[in-house]
Design a protein around this ligand. Sequence first.
Ligand SMILES: Cc1cc2nc3c(=O)[nH]c(=O)nc-3n(C[C@H](O)[C@H](O)[C@H](O)COP(=O)(O)OP(=O)(O)OC[C@H]3O[C@@H](n4cnc5c(N)ncnc54)[C@H](O)[C@@H]3O)c2cc1C
Length: 486
Amino acid sequence: MALMTGEQYKQSLNDGRAVYIDGEKVNNVAEHPAFKPIVEAKARMYDLNHDPALKDICTTTLSDGEEICRAYQLPKTKDDLQAIRKYVETVLDDLDGVVYRVGDETIGEMWSLYDAQDQLNAIDPKYAKNIAHHIDRIAREDLFHVSANTDPKGDRSELIAGKGGAKLLHVVEENEAGIVVNGAKFETAAAYAHQAFVKPTISNWGHGEEEMKKFALGFICDMGSPGLKHICRSSLGKDRDEKNYPLSTRFDEIDTLLVFDNVFIPWENVLFYNSLESAQYIRNTLHRYSSFNYVLRLLRRADLLLGTALLNVEQTGLTSLPAVKEKIADLIIYRETIHSHLTTAVVDAETSPGDLAMPKQSTLYAGRVYALKHFPAMAHLTRELVGGQLAVTPDADNFDHPDVKAYLDKYYSLGEWKSEDRTKLLYFARDLLNSSYAGHKVTFELFAQSPPFAQYLATFSNFDLEKNRKMVRKAANLSNNHKEMV
Ligand SMILES: Cc1cc2nc3c(=O)[nH]c(=O)nc-3n(C[C@H](O)[C@H](O)[C@H](O)COP(=O)(O)OP(=O)(O)OC[C@H]3O[C@@H](n4cnc5c(N)ncnc54)[C@H](O)[C@@H]3O)c2cc1C
């Protein structure tokens, strides 16, 4: 196999997959207006890997010389982590927007499971073999791989047994060739990806009862599998034009309710099954690597907020006011703090149980919470600095109408900032801060890796508290007779 081109990627999506949106069945995802822009963005990423000028950044080789995308190489050193960062930043620079679930972020979840090969071997050696095989296969076949964790929950009492049967994704049949599964997951990008790592949702798996075992499974699922139904939410950019909505028309990452209606999964794609221990393990470690790539996107969002606020206040000369400088400084502090977490997580990288280079976990998880918690306030600060024109500016077409063009040019020109550039900046700011796409992204960021309580728990569980206990015990001259919090 070899690195895919954008064209090959687009053609590969035309595999008969069952995709539904706005009440219609989609014939070819790559050509459908709701999916076309984001498919083009992903195709562009595939093409970047073939650009000779970017070869060293976007690609690398396996030990046998096979050329693969940089994002798919298991990180063995701090330099590998740094190279992944450079790759992500290069892609986002090229696209001029922020895309999240485009492969590099989701592959890390497979690396977390790779770290558990000893445990998988103890359950059944075929599972350890399968995870190693799939990590290699994704890289060699250059597959676009996504992540399916969250089952639609609704009435909790019906999750494992209810009137219509259990709702959580589970095995309904097991035979020599594989397993058959039923259930559903929410999954961004599923409709235009090749495959997903499907795994248990957040639950108390560690204390699960015997009856929970059939839900404790992880597997690779081909997104064109018979019985799989992609039921998608409407596009936020489809009926809009690029001048007025420069982000939503290019970067809307469509979310899917993925229904598994008796989907067959061959044994070679099963990564664990009937294992509460594996379910608990994967939930505890899921974002060990992927949150690095996720926080990189939040850094880019922070950069866009800062640049947008700055250009808006510079047009009007407001940057000379100390109060405005202070607000811009807040945006700089936000940006620089996220950057520092990412940098330190690599400098202090740890060795994982599978001998990989793992970003320093406590720093990375603290950075993720910091970036997410402060994003709404930083977006609001940017909104404040841009001013009310963000919400009241007439759309671009009006600027071409002979009756009103002169008025609009008059009221939207300011010194060397002519109305065309001023409105371009305002439309960009509107799509970053005020459109339905902007609102959707805030919710995406809040939940897409896991809900906030789980992110706080990850921070708590990955920090070495003992040093602080010891420090204060010694400084306050305490005895050692206190129970530790669990
Ligand atoms: C835009 C978007 C894209 C998404 N993309 C994906 C994807 O690609 N793949 C995927 O698998 N999932 C995806 N998700 C789903 C996402 O992972 C879940 O929304 C998230 O994990 C929360 O689960 P839930 O929505 O079922 O909420 P619930 O589990 O119902 O939780 C709702 C709220 O209840 C509270 N709560 C629930 N349980 C507890 C607890 N034990 N302790 C304390 N408080 C609790 C919290 O306040 C929590 O935020 C996406 C979600 C969104 C919004």
